[in-house]
Design a protein around this ligand. Structure first.
Ligand code: ADP
Length: 472
């Protein structure tokens, strides 16, 4: 699948990253700016107090006139370019500004505040030290920071400094912050998208490999060199899923190959025999023999197809359903009764010791399972052999044993007999008519009932099938 750039995880993560980082940078900038602004204003207020002190002290201790004190203080703090004046308020009930002694730098009428502000300053409590920021076009195109200091009685010392220098400093700071903020954002975006790209790179290789995997070629695996993170876990899961798929597809392939082969063999035999038969006229007995052989082969095919149908049906079955309480002893007795004539015909005796056992299971499947094992015992035993069937409870299990004194199974074949189409001796199986599906069905049914199955066998001595069912 082609992922659009704007829909890609890389893009989305980068955008999120930039938005979050941008917000943090802007907030940090705002706090920093405000902090520095407060600091500068504090410095300015301290300077205002110092200038006021200077003028006041000169006037008070050196006995100079206000004009001279103002001039000297302005000279001393020339770098601040301060504006200084002394406002005199009338005494008595109806207070108003009576006189102003101003610095030569202040034009007449400028730098004046409202009368009630001066009246407020004309008190001795702490509130009367007033700081203000005011606009005064005639003195500065920037606002003025002003300090009012009640000297005594009706005199108020008023000192002001333009905020121009502070504003310039703040502007410079703002510019530097924008610049560094932009550089940080740029580097962070480039770096961030690089890191995100790198982190997500394995996902791209997962997608690429996954695209290369088809039902025809499931051998591809994603190589991520032992990553221990989430992506490593994803890849591992993915790889093991593909491995399982490969295994089951191979199994299916093998199975369909085997099925065609198994069906083909009897068909080839049938066709061959009929062709030979038709080449010339033959005596009646030969037709009967061939037809019997054809009949036998078609029985084998029927059995095979029957087994395959059964397996495909039960494999599609919901394993959690279809269970009921079954009397296993009844099932077993019925199967034995039905098989007894075949055994007698072959001169094989069956001895059954069956105790009552109830378990939760599927009657039809249990019938099939016991029938298959008993059929085998009859099939792979010879005249005069003996079969023992035993069912008993053991702790919380039911133990079923089907023993025969027949031909036995070679040790190396024992692990294979439950595989589909596996027959120990094909020539013998042909004779006796097995398709190699019986025990794979038995195994499936045992698994369905959570039963354990064990085989003890010795060639020419006999075989014992032990099935242990859990009883809960
Ligand atoms: P088949 O249809 O050939 O009997 P099964 O799956 O039932 O196939 O059994 C697989 C093979 O296991 C048989 O071909 C047979 O050789 C061997 N086998 C099964 N049961 C017995 C037994 N009781 N005694 C000897 N051999 C057995």
């Amino acid at each position: 699948m082609k992922i659009k750039r704007f829909q890609s995880l890389t893009f989305k993560l980068t955008v999120w990253y930039i938005v979050i980082l941008g917000t943090i940078v802007i907030l940090a900038g705002l706090f920093l700016h405000q902090g520095i602004k407060d600091g500068l204003m504090n410095d300015l207020d301290t300077a205002l107090v110092a200038i006021t002190d200077e003028a006041h002290e000169r006037w008070r201790t050196r006995g100079v006139s206000w004009e001279e004190a103002i001039e000297k203080a302005e000279e001393r703090y020339a770098s601040y370019e301060p504006f200084i004046q002394v406002v005199e308020i009338s005494e008595g009930e109806d207070k108003k500004v009576e006189n102003v002694i101003r610095s030569v730098r202040i034009p007449e009428g400028a730098f004046m505040l409202e009368t009630r502000t001066y009246i407020r300053a004309d008190r001795t409590d702490i509130d009367s030290y007033i700081f203000r920021t005011v606009e005064e076009d005639r003195l500065s195109s920037y606002p003025l920071r002003i300090f009012l200091f009640p000297v005594w009685g009706p005199l108020i010392l008023q000192v002001g400094v333009s905020l121009e220098a502070t504003a310039a400093q703040l502007n410079r700071l703002f510019f530097i912050m924008i610049l560094t903020g932009s550089i940080i954002m740029l580097l962070a975006s480039v770096g961030g998208s690089f890191i995100i790209n790198r982190a997500l790179h394995p996902v791209k290789s997962v997608v690429k490999t996954a695209e290369g995997i088809t039902a025809e070629d499931l051998s591809l695996r994603i190589d991520l060199k032992n990553r221990k993170d989430e992506i490593g876990a994803l890849v591992e899961t993915f790889n093991s899923m593909i491995a399982r798929l490969e295994k089951s597809i191979n199994k299916i392939r093998q199975f369909s190959g085997d099925v065609s082969h198994e069906l083909r063999t009897p068909l080839t035999i049938i066709r061959g025999e009929i062709e030979v038969l038709l080449r010339k006229d033959r005596p009646k007995e030969e037709y009967v023999t061939t037809l019997n052989s054809v009949l036998e082969e078609s029985h084998r095919m029927e059995e095979l197809i029957d087994g395959l149908l059964f397996l495909s049906r039960v494999e599609a079955m919901d394993r959690s359903k279809g269970r009921e309480i079954v009397d296993l002893d009844e099932v077993l007795n019925a199967v034995i009764k039905f098989r007894s004539p075949t055994a007698s015909n072959k001169n094989i005796s069956i001895d059954a010791k069956i105790k009552p056992v109830q378990l939760k299971g599927n009657r039809e499947l249990l019938e099939r399972m016991t029938a298959n094992i008993i059929d085998n015992a009859i099939r792979y035993s010879n005249s005069g052999d003996h079969i023992e069937i035993e069912l008993e409870k053991e702790k919380n299990t039911a133990k079923l044993q089907i023993r025969d004194t027949g031909i036995g199974i070679p040790e190396k074949s024992i692990p294979l007999i439950f595989d589909r189409f596996y027959v120990v001796d094909p020539s013998r199986s042909k004779e006796t008519g097995g398709a190699g599906l019986g025990l794979s069905i038995v195994k499936w049914i045992a698994e369905y009932h959570n039963a354990e199955i064990k085989v003890d066998s010795k060639v020419n001595r006999g075989t014992n099938f032990i099935v242990t069912f859990p009883l809960d």
